[in-house]
Design a protein around this ligand. Structure first.
Ligand code: NI
Length: 168
């Protein structure tokens, strides 16, 4: 297994649209293992392939306290979204240190392939539902800060570009 490097906003590659995965083969198994390791290592609850510069429809998630319930979503599609909305603070491994409010559906139904390539349907609510929506946005090339006002987006960009320069 290997730790993968995570793209950092405002990297333009975060805006690429991911393509469907056509075969759940050995390459995908390795990618899943590496993405899970990378997510756990960064203390994240979700990671989309887009964030590690692989533009294919793959997401890994673990919202459990014990960090032992990995969920793998290949080619996920939301098939139902509840009417109720909730606004909560979100963060993202690609937007380090930034947390801000985003409105999301409180419940969703999603179908996807699991890591064995079997079709699965997940009825999610609460944190899992929010996490699924956040990660699936990544596959569309959308980062959560894009829900914020242009003023806030500008401030976040400036802050992160500065931080990335300081790191070099
Ligand atoms: Ni994210």
């Amino acid at each position: 297994m290997a730790l993968l490097s995570i793209l950092c906003y405002p990297d333009a590659r975060l805006h690429k649209v991911a393509k469907p995965i056509t075969a759940v083969d050995e390459r995908i198994q390795t990618l899943i293992d590496d993405m899970l390791e990378t997510m756990y290592n960064a203390n994240g609850i979700g990671l989309a392939a887009t964030q590690i510069d692989v533009h294919e429809r793959l997401v890994v998630i673990d919202v459990s306290e014990e960090r032992n319930q990995p969920l793998v979503l290949i080619n996920p599609e939301i098939t139902w979204m509840g009417d109720e909305r909730v606004k909560g603070d979100e963060g993202c491994l690609s937007v380090p240190g930034i947390y801000d409010g985003v409105e999301r559906a409180t419940a969703v139904k999603v179908t996807a392939l699991d890591r064995q390539g079997q079709s699965q349907t997940i009825e999610a609510e609460g944190l899992l539902a929010i996490c699924i929506q956040h990660e699936m946005d990544h596959l569309k090339g959308k980062v959560f800060v894009e829900y914020l006002s242009p003023l806030k987006q500008g401030r976040i960009k400036t802050k992160l570009v500065k931080a990335q320069k300081a790191e070099r």
